[in-house]
Design a protein around this ligand. Structure first.
Ligand code: SAM
Length: 221
């Protein structure tokens, strides 16, 4: 019998709070957002654009981006654990906030030109609700990119659910690259998925990244 966790219990799980996880990616170079996203975030942003980074870790990449952008773009980072690096003077237009997905949402119906979640969804319980929300917050022609492991989805019966989940996400206009494990979406979407979230299991061990991750359990509707 699986022991299923609700969001509050998951937020306190050792797998999610794991101090050994990589929260310190930089903007560019090895161990960076550019490497894991496949593009330089600042290259897809123009003056006045907004970038939302979900599960931002220490916020190191965002702090570097804010310094380089010098107030040209608005950057918001959200993470469950407020282990943020100190924000130096000169990093204008940057906000690092503590929040838990998928409960957190942006203020005032804000829209974003870029929404990223770099290796963060692996630790979220209701991953599909987090994806549904993120793509609804995109600006016209905005871009959403996240890492996603189909192996982290199972049905209540314990059968793998990843194939059906990917098929539905693709039907709703999202793209998934199984080589890079990147799920992406261009432009805002209203996603309705025929699955109900049941709970999370933090005991299933490492996913493709090699780090212990959270398995998300759904029921088909
Ligand atoms: C592997 S780290 C990646 C951090 C950052 N994106 C990077 O690449 O450096 C995953 C992050 O997700 C955060 N996280 C886990 N569950 C979360 C949740 N439900 N809501 C918000 N952040 C969460 C963790 O605190 C951690 O900082």
């Amino acid at each position: 019998m699986r022991r299923l966790l609700d969001r509050q219990s998951l937020d306190h799980s050792g797998v999610v709070a794991n101090a050994a996880m990589n929260r310190e990616r930089r903007l560019s170079g090895t161990n960076s957002y550019a490497k894991d996203l496949g593009f330089e975030p600042l290259e897809v942003l123009s003056g006045g654009d907004a970038w939302l980074d979900l599960c931002c870790g220490t916020g190191r990449a965002l702090i570097e981006a804010a310094r380089l952008a010098a107030g040209r773009v608005e950057i918001t980072g959200v993470d469950l654990v407020g282990m943020f690096d100190p924000v130096p003077e000169g990093a204008r237009g940057l906000r690092l906030v503590v929040g838990s997905l998928p409960a957190w949402e942006p203020e005032g119906g804000a829209r974003f030109r870029l929404i990223t979640c770099v290796h963060g969804l692996h630790y979220v319980g209701d991953k599909l609700e987090a994806v549904r929300q993120a793509v609804s917050w995109l600006a016209e022609d905005g871009l959403f990119v996240t890492h996603l492991d189909p192996g982290s989805f199972v049905w209540e019966s314990a059968e793998p659910a990843g194939k059906q989940v990917l098929r539905e996400l693709r039907c709703q206009g999202l793209d998934y690259d199984s080589r890079t494990h990147r799920l992406s979406c261009r432009g805002p979407k209203t996603v309705t998925l025929p699955f109900r979230y049941v709970g999370a299991d933090d005991t299933t061990g490492p996913n493709y990244t090699g780090q212990p991750a959270v398995t998300s359990i759904y029921r088909p509707l």
